[in-house]
Design a protein around this ligand. Structure first.
Ligand SMILES: Cc1cc2nc3c(=O)[nH]c(=O)nc-3n(C[C@H](O)[C@H](O)[C@H](O)COP(=O)(O)OP(=O)(O)OC[C@H]3O[C@@H](n4cnc5c(N)ncnc54)[C@H](O)[C@@H]3O)c2cc1C
Length: 432
C-alpha cells in the first residue's frame, strides 16, 4: 500500500516504523523543519547536546518507548539518573518524592497519615475505569482530606488546568501517579538525538520524510484518501493524521457532517508555555531538578509565581553537555486565548524572571546569558468525567483515513511512550 502520514512527531514515526517494515510505501509530511513535534529540541552554539523545547523525560515504566530503543539498537544510550523533585510550600522547598523528609511535611499528624494513605491508594489501585466517574477534586477531598489536598494537590491541579481543575477526572490523576518512577530517563544527546536516530532508521528502510511540507486538506476522491499539499493532490491507499483534534476537524471537510466530527470538536485541551533560560549560575542550590510551584487561582496575576513549574535541567543533566550553561525551564499551562500566547517573548520572559529572586534572593538579571520562548496551543488534553465515552476511534468514518492524537491515549496522560503504543496500534489497524 501507499501510505501518507501527516506529522513527524513520535506517533507518526512509530506508525511508519511498523508500516515500512511490513513492506509498505510510506510518506511522512511534516510542517516544521525537523522531526519530533512537541518532543523536539534545539541546540545553541557550543552545546554538544540538544535541549528539549518543553521539558521531557521518560519513566522506567515507559515500556513501549524502551522496547523501541531496543529495536533500534540504541537502548544503551538511554540514561536514567535520579533527580530531586520538590514542592514549594509556605516559602520552603520540600522534597516531593518518597523520602525520609516526608515525615517533616508541614501537616498535622492526621493529615499526614491521610496524605500517605491516599498516595498509596492511588499508586496501588489496580484499574482506572471506576475512577473516571468521579472528579480528582472530589476523590482527593474525600480520601486525602482538605488539609493535605489543599496544600499539595489542589495547587497543582489549578496550575495545570486553571478554571477547569474541578472537572478533571480521577482516572487522569491515577494514571499519572501509577506510571511515575523516581529515576527519570533521557537519550544521550537529548530527545532530538533520539528522534533523529529514529528518522534515520526510517529513511534507511525507505520512508520518505518531507519536512517543511504542510498538508492543507484530507479528502476522498473516488473513494481514495487524498492529501492536498501546496495546491496539488496526492492519492494514497491509507492516510494517518497525527495533528490536534481541532486541526483534524479543519483539514477534513467530509468529517464535519459526521458524529465523528462532533466528537472532535467536543475534546478539550490546554496549551503550554516554556521560557528557557541559560544562566551563568545555579538557581536551585539545593540540587532540585523539578520544583512544583503553588497556584491558588487560575488568574496568574493573583499567584505568588506567574508560572507552574521551575525546572533546573542542569540539576539533572551535566551542564558540561551545554558548554557550562545552567539551564532553567519556567513552564506553565494556559488556554491559547490567554495573554501568555500574545505577549512578546521579551515581555513574557521579563514577567517570569521577576519571580526568580523569590526562590533564590541572589538571582539577578545579569545571570542570564540567553533565553528562548516556546508555545504550544495543543499541549495537554483535559479529561472530564466518563471521558472514555468521548474518545474518537483511531479509524474515522472516512474509508482509509485514520486519526491518532494525544487526546486518544487516555486513560494515560499524554507522553511519548503512549504515542509509540498508539502509533503502532494504528499501524496494525491500517494494515488490517
Ligand atoms: C509541556 C510538555 C511536556 C511534556 N513532557 C513530556 C515528558 O516528560 N515525557 C514524555 O514522554 N512526553 C511528554 N510530553 C508529551 C509528548 O511531547 C507528546 O505526547 C508527544 O510528543 C506527542 O507526539 P505526537 O506525534 O502525537 O504529536 P506531535 O508531537 O504534536 O506531532 C504532530 C506533528 O504534526 C505536525 N503537523 C501538524 N499539522 C500539520 C500539517 N497540517 N501538515 C504537516 N504536519 C503537520 C506538527 O508540526 C508535529 O510535528 C510533553 C508535552 C508537553 C507539551
Amino acid at each position: 500500500m501507499k501510505i501518507g502520514i501527516i506529522g513527524a512527531g513520535v506517533t507518526g514515526l512509530a506508525a511508519a516504523w511498523d508500516l515500512v517494515r511490513a513492506g509498505h510505501e510510506v510518506h511522512i509530511y511534516e510542517a516544521e523543519g525537523q522531526v519530533g513535534g512537541l518532543a523536539s529540541g534545539f541546540r545553541d552554539d557550543g552545546w554538544d547536546w540538544t535541549l528539549e523545547k518543553f521539558y521531557h523525560h521518560w519513566f522506567e515504566s515507559d515500556s513501549h518507548i524502551l522496547s523501541l530503543t531496543e529495536e533500534l539498537g540504541v537502548r544503551d544510550k538511554v540514561l536514567f539518573p535520579r533527580p530531586k523533585t520538590s514542592y514549594w510550600v509556605d516559602g520552603k522547598i520540600l522534597r516531593s518524592e518518597i523520602s525520609p523528609s516526608a515525615i517533616f511535611l508541614p501537616l498535622p499528624p492526621i493529615a499526614k497519615l491521610r496524605f500517605a494513605f491516599a498516595g498509596a491508594l492511588m499508586k496501588f489501585f489496580p484499574t482506572w475505569k471506576p475512577l473516571e466517574r468521579v472528579t480528582a477534586h472530589d476523590w482527593l477531598m474525600t480520601f486525602m482530606g482538605e488539609t493535605a489536598y489543599g496544600k499539595f494537590f489542589r495547587p497543582l491541579l489549578i496550575g495545570k488546568f486553571g478554571d477547569e481543575y474541578q472537572k478533571v477526572n480521577m482516572a487522569w490523576m491515577w494514571a499519572r501517579v501509577k506510571t511515575r518512577t523516581l529515576r527519570l530517563g533521557i537519550f544521550e544527546g537529548g530527545f532530538q538525538a533520539f528522534l533523529d536516530t529514529f528518522a534515520r532508521a526510517l529513511t534507511e528502510r525507505g520512508v520518505s520524510i518531507h519536512l517543511k511540507t504542510r498538508v492543507d486538506q484530507i479528502a476522498l476522491e473516488q473513494m481514495q484518501p487524498t492529501l492536498t499539499i501546496a495546491g496539488a493532490q496526492y492519492g494514497f491507499n491509507r492516510v494517518l493524521s497525527t495533528t490536534s483534534p481541532s486541526l483534524m476537524h479543519k483539514l477534513t471537510p467530509t468529517l464535519r457532517e459526521t458524529n465523528y466530527g462532533d466528537t472532535l470538536t467536543r475534546l478539550r485541551s490546554i496549551g503550554a508555555i516554556c521560557v528557557v533560560v541559560a544562566t551563568k549560575q545555579q538557581l536551585l542550590t539545593d540540587g532540585t531538578y523539578w520544583l512544583n510551584l503553588p497556584a491558588a487561582s487560575a488568574n496568574k496575576r493573583e499567584n505568588r509565581f506567574p508560572f507552574l513549574a521551575l525546572v533546573e535541567h542542569t540539576n539533572w543533566m551535566d551542564r558540561a553537555h551545554y558548554n557550562g550553561d545552567h539551564l532553567l525551564y519556567l513552564g506553565d499551562y494556559v488556554s491559547p486565548s490567554h495573554e501568555y500566547f500574545r505577549l512578546s517573548d521579551d515581555e513574557l520572559t521579563a514577567r517570569f524572571l521577576d519571580a526568580l529572586p523569590t526562590v533564590n534572593p541572589a538571582f539577578s538579571r545579569d545571570w542570564v546569558r540567553k533565553s528562548w520562548v516556546f508555545r504550544a496551543p495543543y499541549a495537554q488534553p483535559i479529561p472530564y468525567v466518563n471521558h472514555s465515552e468521548d474518545i474518537p476511534s483511531l479509524q474515522t468514518p472516512m474509508p482509509g483515513v485514520f486519526f491518532a492524537s494525544m487526546s486518544q491515549v487516555y486513560p494515560w496522560d499524554r507522553g511519548t511512550n503512549f504515542s509509540v503504543e498508539m502509533g503502532r496500534r494504528v499501524a496494525r489497524m491500517m494494515m488490517g
